[in-house]
Design a protein around this ligand. Structure first.
Ligand SMILES: *Cc1c(COP(=O)(O)O)cnc(C)c1O
Length: 352
């Protein structure tokens, strides 16, 4: 039976990517060796790494002012690594708290940096994106989470500030066009919209680095990874390969502009059903709704199990909401086809 994968992460990959990855896992391009058992210094992997960087630059129009890095440790390591590399005592840095992942970024940076939380949507269980908050003029950087995977909100208008924005884009990078110049650093764990768990994409403006007073341990210093082309130590070879395949697929589909169109169509289909079906209700402010993670409830939650059962029968997996919101969460990353969204909408209609 065909499965419709709505998991929030690790998440859906395109069919062609899964097939190519499976082949490479056994025999990479007829070399008689698995990609998992060859040197990361060999020509094959160096080519993969170069292509992956090239695709990132092409898709997001990244100039040479920025370095593109493939690191380990997940987006979670970037919560402290960003601050450790960019903050200096007496600097003013601002954070916006839009839910679990932002809260974690704030906690990690607070361990050694004197940060200011400029705004928070905690008062309403993170169901909206704060607007109109005051941004100090002399801010060193502003940290945002572009898409809140758990709560289902997305930042649509970027803050008006001349300070570089440091942004966790783990769950919506490559899903839409970006004004790249506004960003000093972008990071994303790969397992949602980029590729496979194990690699973390970092895009950093080089001129922001090298200005801290303290000693940064070698592995935590972005400059190490820039100097060694993300191969200071053994990189996650297979995860990077899957990332390359996935970005190649995005390019073939027409790039992030085409992805944005595709994601907007899926989001409209599902949100329209949530708004028009009397059994369901969305959990976040309409203007902040995420096209990536759609969170909604049954007004009568005693029917939750019955709805999940109908979904399962239709081949839908990963629809259960995160415990901090409850109800349901439909994650519809780039690789999901609108036909899967249609299956979910049909189940919702039939449930009525
Ligand atoms: C999943 C997620 C993370 C955590 O990523 P890891 O790679 O598992 O550390 C961080 N931020 C956001 C927005 C996420 O969705």
């Amino acid at each position: 039976m065909k499965k419709h994968n709505f998991y929030a992460g690790p998440a859906i990959l395109p069919e062609s990517v899964k097939k190519a990855a499976s082949e490479a896992a056994y025999d990479y391009k007829g070399t008689g060796l698995s990609l998992m058992e060859v040197s990361h210094r060999g020509d094959d992997f160096v080519e993969i790494l170069d292509n992956t960087e090239k695709y990132v630059r092409k898709l997001l129009k990244v100039s040479d002012d920025y370095a593109v890095l493939f690191l380990t440790g997940g987006a979670s390591s970037q919560f402290y690594m960003t601050a450790f590399n960019l903050y200096n005592p007496d600097d003013k840095v601002g954070y916006v708290d839009t839910g679990t992942w932002s809260t974690k970024a704030i906690k990690e940076a607070s361990a050694f940096a004197d940060i200011e939380t400029l705004a928070s949507s905690k008062d309403k269980n993170f169901s909206y994106i704060p607007r109109g908050y005051k941004i100090p003029k002399d801010l060193k950087y502003l940290h945002l989470t572009s898409n809140n995977t758990i709560y289902g909100t997305q930042t649509k208008e970027w803050a008006k500030t001349s300070a570089p924005i440091i942004c966790d884009m783990s769950s919506d990078i490559f899903s839409r066009e970006l004004p790249l110049k506004k960003f000093g650093l972008i990071y994303a764990g790969a397992q949602k919209n980029v590729g496979l768990a194990g690699v973390t994409l970092v895009i950093v403006k080089k001129e922001l680095l090298g200005k801290t007073e303290w000693h940064i341990p070698t592995m935590l210093d972005y400059r190490t990874h820039i100097a060694k082309n993300s191969s200071f130590n053994t990189p996650p070879v297979f995860s990077i390969y899957v990332t390359m395949l996935n970005l190649e697929w995005v390019l073939e589909q027409g790039g992030v502009k085409a992805m944005e169109k595709r994601n907007t169509a899926k989001a409209k289909l599902l949100y329209d059903e949530i708004d028009n079906n009397p059994l369901f209700v969305g959990t976040v402010a309409k203007e902040d709704r995420s096209p990536m993670n759609v969170t909604f409830l049954l007004k009568d939650n005693t029917k939750d199990a019955a709805f999940i059962k109908k979904c399962t029968e239709a081949g839908i997996v990963g629809i259960k909401g995160h415990r901090s919101v409850g109800g349901f969460r439909a994650s519809m990353y780039n690789a999901m086809d609108i036909s899967s969204t249609q299956v979910l909408v049909d189940v919702m209609k039939a449930f009525k």
